[in-house]
Design a protein around this ligand. Structure first.
Ligand SMILES: [Zn+2]
Ligand SMILES: [Zn+2]
Length: 410
């Protein structure tokens, strides 16, 4: 069969495009089995069936097309859009991930010079931006599990590739989360293994900086992970309480307001140690962080996370006080001012939170009383028991802690 040309479609191919729009996976599967159907055929705009399926947000259809050999990097669209760009525009993180996993290039730009991540950001699909910016294929890591050149041994023992890849793909960069990922795998939680992984992270970082289209975001991420792995190794070597000790240090809040000073200083130091001083991203980070007094917003980890994942509008979603994972919903039942993923995260934090919990509770109650008073004055109403209770409930919903779940120092 001839190479696909724009708009040159057999009648069955035309039917395939219609079936994709309708979302009929079974019928699409049947059509893809027909002789006169090319999986990478192009409609009049240069769109492939995969691009259509991605744009319409149809995950099962994308999967089917990829199984039939759809070219994820086809670039015949009239404005240079790729399947990954359409996935990002659709706002579907699963499809975006599927395209990346199928080998989609992230650096390709459309006719106005925008990458898939930039296009997704432009239309406000920040979750897709996060997925794209944080993607690092297993294949890219596996390169280091094979001896290169004159090496007798690979830089990364193959058994470490899986656990290390899990750390790299973590959705939260919070150091506590990364240490927990190290801790859960006995192969990784070992000094020699960590040193090897660290070296590989630094090599990838260097590659990201030195490649033609420099990827500073990924370089910074790799460097940061390398620093965390290094810290894990030093705690394993020097401390009796090992990684639990490191987690405690990272979570421990200061007396006055519970702010985790060790963590803040550690993250700042990691950023400062980024080995390529000319990197624009480094300079931006330092400019944002340096003037902030320790204990004030923004925290170094929130600035770093925002730079790496492209996430904005942090206040919209709630992040676990312990591990920084998004979508935490469990509130401390006493102060109601901090949130966690689950009981495990809450338990881990309690040794330090218990010192400020009472204080926070009082603060919240004071604020609630004040806002109730304000409302009373405003409406000139008598404040009977029922009304007061209603108002309290209302205020506790309004009083959402900030993303860092820190406590105003007053
Ligand atoms: Zn958590
Ligand atoms: Zn509490």
């Amino acid at each position: 069969m001839s190479a696909p040309k724009k708009g040159d479609l057999s009648s069955t191919e035309k039917e395939l495009f219609q079936v994709i729009t309708a979302g009929d996976v079974q019928e699409a599967s049947r059509l893809l089995g027909c002789k006169d159907v090319r999986v990478n055929c192009l409609d009049e705009y240069g769109m492939t069936p995969l691009m259509h399926a991605a744009y319409k947000g149809k995950a099962d259809m994308c999967k089917l097309l990829l199984q039939h050999g759809a070219d994820v990097n086809c670039n015949e669209h009239e404005h240079g859009y790729t399947a990954l760009m359409f996935a990002g525009l659709s706002g579907k993180t699963d499809i975006t991930w599927m395209m990346l996993d199928a080998g989609a290039e992230t650096d390709v730009v459309n006719s106005v010079g925008r990458t898939a991540a930039q296009m997704a950001a432009f239309v406000g699909q920040h979750d897709c931006v996060t997925v794209i910016n944080n993607f690092f294929s297993r294949a890219r890591l596996d390169y280091y599990t094979k001896p290169q050149g004159l090496e007798k041994e690979p830089k990364l023992p193959p058994k470490l590739a899986g656990p290390l890849h899990k750390v790299i793909m973590s959705t939260s960069l919070n150091p506590v989360k990364l240490v927990l990922l190290v801790k859960e795998n006995p192969l990784l939680a070992e000094v020699e293994a960590l040193d090897k992984c660290r070296r590989v992270m630094e090599l990838i970082c260097e590659k990201c900086v030195k490649q033609q289209d420099m990827n500073e975001v990924l370089a910074m991420k790799m460097h940061f992970i390398s620093c965390v792995l290094g810290k894990c190794a030093s705690f394993l070597k020097e401390r009796e309480d090992k990684l639990d000790g490191l987690i405690k240090c990272l979570l421990k809040g200061r007396e006055s307001d519970g702010f985790p000073v060790f963590q803040e200083k550690f993250v700042r130091e990691c950023i400062r140690k980024f080995p390529y001083c000319n990197a624009t991203l480094l300079q931006q980070l330092v400019r944002s962080i340096a003037p902030v007094e320790i204990g004030n917003d923004p925290t170094a980890i929130s600035v770093l996370t925002q730079a790496i994942t492209g996430q904005v509008g942090f206040m919209d979603s709630e992040f676990c006080t312990t591990c920084g994972e998004k979508g935490a919903e469990k509130r401390c039942s006493i102060c109601k001012m901090v949130i966690y993923c689950d009981q495990t995260c809450q338990k881990m934090h309690w040794f330090t939170h218990k010192k400020v919990c009472k204080k926070l509770q009082e603060q919240r109650e004071k604020q609630e009383a004040e806002s109730a008073k304000l409302r009373e004055n405003k409406y000139g109403q008598r404040n009977d028991g029922v009304k007061q209770k209603e108002q309290q409930q209302h205020s506790s919903r309004v009083l959402t802690p900030t993303h860092t779940c820190r406590f105003p120092s007053q």
